[in-house]
Design a binder for this molecule. Structure first.
Ligand code: TRP
Length: 443
């Protein structure tokens, strides 16, 4: 992998029909970003993830996969330019999920928001009915092991392609942090195989309100499907909640779902015009008409592409198969390397493997890595992997390497370095470990 290209990866769970909120919040920004030069994009349909939420509704998973794939292409994703694939076409992903499962602390998963929310709900139910025996007794009632393991599967999605950036909604930040933790554990045990990913949150992208003014979300049943037919779109927009102010009365843009949705589609001049119209008392019916026309102007051309893809699923199937082949050109050899690293090996190679044993004598060691802030860092860990020293950022790997070299060779190098460290450091432990290293080198 070239050091300069930034790898960006994101997935959408195939459990529903894309709505305007998904488009504005996720699909449109990722499609725009996918055209950025110097960036390598990985976009996928998270259909293994869909099984967690849709238990027992296979037709829905299939339909949603078709709809989301068609949406992405209709919205302008270029499968030639990016790697566009379906998660379940990459058998290496469940394999990696297992490798990661085995280095992931169960406690880490206990702390995942989605799992904790389910447990909290069961606890609350129990508190409300303290003497009811049975189901409510069990904190994990109704929680599948799939829901519990979800963050590991997601980590595998990301780490398989060593993504640097992962554009997600705020609710997913914790999952990216967990992916980092899991990657670091694996790297520590088996060597530096994984890049530590960073969440990328689009600050400027609004959360779209739905028909009732709350966040547009499937769970509130207040969505406007992105590719609903024109007349249907018009009807739905007519149903957006407004206040009861009559035509001619000035209206508030603040807290107006209609206004916020308009803003997400319009240019700043158009938005300014609608703001003025609100102040001048535009009738709600007329404002809805404006909103409908504005959205339709953006969506109509895509709607045609969308419909033709839905009518020709074989085209999408072919695109996805080609995307999977492209993805597997990375995933297959990488997984082979990981299998070897964890010890799943051809038995005939045994004799030649004394090397990695020798390398693994218990000594402190330096580990260099790059963070998503673009800077280069190193860590110094003891033989058990406990962190002794965490460096500040360096502009280049060479600078970081030079600092390591200085520590290894010159006792005096530690004192000035200690001044710049981001976390408190036990200087004595560091000195002892450095001495140990030096002795081993001389032996
Ligand atoms: N869990 C994500 C969501 O519900 C979807 C997803 C699955 C994902 N795997 C991913 C997003 C990997 C980014 C990277 O929104």
């Amino acid at each position: 992998m070239s050091k300069e290209t930034l790898r960006v990866l994101t997935g959408i769970t195939t459990s529903g029909t894309p709505h305007l909120g998904n488009y504005v919040g996720a699909i449109r920004p990722t499609v725009i970003a996918s055209r950025t030069a110097g960036m390598e994009g990985f976009y996928f349909l998270a259909d293994y993830h869909a099984l967690i939420k849709t238990g027992g509704d296979p037709a829905r998973v299939q339909r949603s996969t078709l709809e989301i794939a068609a949406t992405w292409i209709a919205a302008g994703l270029d499968p030639e330019r990016v790697t566009f694939y379906r998660q379940s076409d990459i058998p290496e992903i469940p394999e990696l999920t297992w490798f990661l499962t085995c280095v992931c602390g169960k406690g880490l998963l206990n702390r995942a928001h989605a799992y904790k929310a389910a447990v909290d709900k069961n606890r609350a139910a129990k508190a409300a009915h303290p003497d009811s025996a049975g189901l409510a007794e069990d904190e994990d009632a109704g929680v599948s092991a799939g829901l519990f393991m979800y963050p590991v599967l997601m980590a595998a999605d990301i780490l398989m392609f060593n993504a640097h950036r992962v554009p997600v909604g705020r609710d997913q930040i914790q999952h990216i942090e967990m992916a980092r933790d899991i990657a670091a554990s694996f790297n520590h045990l088996y060597g530096e195989h994984f890049t530590l990913p960073e969440a990328q949150i689009e600050e400027s992208v609004a959360t779209l309100p739905g028909l009732d003014g709350r966040k547009m979300s499937k769970s509130y049943d207040n969505t406007i499907p992105l590719f609903t037919p024109r007349d249907q779109l018009k009807k739905l927009i007519a149903g957006i909640k407004t206040d009861s102010r009559a035509p001619g009365e000035p209206k508030d843009t603040e807290g107006s779902a209609l206004f916020q949705i308009y803003e997400a589609f319009a240019t700043s001049e158009e938005t300014a015009q609608l703001r003025l119209a609100y102040a001048e008392g535009i009738a709600w019916g007329q404002a809805k008409e404006l909103l409908f026309e504005r959205i339709d102007r953006e969506i109509a051309p895509m709607r045609e592409t969308y419909q033709s893809l839905i009518d020709h699923p074989e085209r999408l199937e072919e695109m996805l198969k080609a995307g999977a082949a492209k993805a597997r050109r990375i995933a297959t050899p990488f997984t082979a390397k990981l299998r070897h690293a964890v010890g799943l090996r051809d038995l005939r190679t045994q004799a030649t493997d004394k090397k990695d044993k020798a390398a693994k004598t218990a000594l402190p060691s330096f580990k260099q890595y790059r963070e998503a802030d673009g800077q280069f860092y190193f860590k110094f860990v003891d033989a058990q992997g406990q962190l002794l020293l965490q460096s500040a950022g360096y502009a280049s790997p060479k600078d970081a390497g030079a600092a390591i070299k200085a520590l290894q060779t010159d006792d005096a190098a530690l004192a000035p370095l200690l001044q710049q460290l981001p976390v408190p450091t036990d200087a004595q432990a560091v000195r002892a470990a450095l001495r140990l290293l030096r002795e081993a080198a001389e032996a």
